[in-house]
Unconditional design. Structure first.
Length: 367
């Protein structure tokens, strides 16, 4: 599988005029070769020339972490006291254009620029993003397993099996985080628990606020779960509950949101531009008069990273193809009062949109 990805990367390098691809910390590296760099001060660098062998340069003391993959890369180590950047420059050689990992340390790039004055640099994502966006069948199944795990957690919340009233957001978030791990994720990426007016802040950080009867609570949770290839794939879901019957105005807002989210999912068919999917969800919210309260894009791609391409956003005319995986997550946020968001991960497929999150979309009324 990694050899096949390497082959596709080399084709893309040729199409984009990239002579050498340089990957360090960030999600491109594990996606391409199964190894995740430690994001520390010692240089890790995968050097992929368009032709010839790829080399993975790692600090000697981290070599035991590497699973060797003959045919994908040859391992090269460097020891403390050696000039790792000079070693890297030697592996790169004399080339016109290098593509450097978007999430690698800028410091290494600055040092490489000095070592390679004749080389121009591009972002690695010009090569990797179009490839990573389109998931193969194994990747879709890894995303589906991760989605099913967070579905079970929020189904428990919807059923009242997680105590809420009288606890702080942070206490509930800690319990959710433990459940994310218990459900088989390797790590927790986020546990947004936003109660009452805090739900009007889309990226609220769970805090000391005590959850009370008579208010809504928004849960947006996700983690990273290893697929069969040992590479982690992400989950991401949002659901809302209300402790006791909601006020009529909130119930009306939520009905609009639910219709908007369903419209976004239904629009996510192969061949539809991403911005049209955004528009399909947004139109429902605009038409109901809540447009000013929907303050973000409808969705983002997901895979090895919680947020990757393609974005479901105005201005993105990329047409969906089978294998694109992304969130559909409209929200309505009334500052100081309340807010709600509803999010599923969806895969574009030949026979129509394939939602990976399947638990109830309604506003669960508890107590
Ligand atoms: Zn989310
Ligand atoms: Zn999301």
């Amino acid at each position: 599988m990694f050899a096949e990805r390497l082959e596709r990367v080399r084709v893309a390098m040729g199409e984009r005029g990239v002579d050498v691809l340089l990957l360090s910390a960030g999600a491109d590296l594990p996606w391409l070769c199964g190894y995740e760099a430690m994001p520390l001060e010692r240089l890790t660098l995968l050097v992929v020339p368009r032709e010839g062998d790829a080399h993975l340069l790692v600090p000697h003391l981290e070599a035991p972490r590497v699973v060797e993959r003959p045919g994908v890369f040859e391992l090269v180590t460097w020891r403390d006291g050696e000039d790792a950047v000079a070693l890297a420059a030697g592996l790169v050689g004399s080339v016109d254009t290098a593509a450097f990992g978007d999430q690698a340390w800028a410091g290494f790039l600055v040092d490489l620029l000095a070592e390679l004055p004749g080389t121009s640099f591009a972002r690695a994502s010009v090569v990797t993003a179009p490839l990573r966006m389109v998931k193969d069948a194994a990747e879709v199944e890894a995303l589906r397993r991760a989605a099913a795990a967070v579905d079970r957690i929020l189904a428990d919340v919807q059923a009242g099996r997680v105590a809420l009233a009288g606890r702080t957001e942070a206490e509930v978030a800690a319990e959710i985080g433990q459940r994310i791990l218990d459900e088989g994720h390797r790590k927790v990426n986020f546990t947004i628990v936003a109660s009452g007016p805090n739900a009007a802040s889309p990226h609220h950080e769970a805090g000391d606020r005590v959850i009370s009867e008579g208010e809504g609570v928004l849960f947006d949770i996700g983690g990273t779960m290893d697929g069969d290839d040992g590479v982690g794939y992400c989950s991401d879901i949002t659901r809302c509950v209300h402790l006791s019957e909601p006020p009529v105005a909130f119930a009306e807002l939520y009905d609009v949101l639910e219709a908007a989210q369903a419209a976004g999912v239904a629009a996510a068919t192969v061949g539809t531009p991403c911005e049209d999917v955004d528009a399909a969800a947004r139109r429902v919210i605009d038409d109901a008069g809540y447009g000013e309260f929907f303050v973000h894009r409808t969705g983002h791609g997901i895979g090895v990273e919680a947020h990757e391409h393609p974005n479901i956003v105005v201005g993105n005319d990329l047409e969906l193809v089978a294998g694109h995986a992304f969130s559909i997550e409209p929200g309505i946020y009334v500052p100081g009062t309340w807010g709600a968001r509803l999010e599923d991960i969806v895969v574009a497929a030949a026979d129509g949109p394939d939602p990976l999150n399947t638990i109830d979309h309604g506003l669960a009324v508890l107590g």
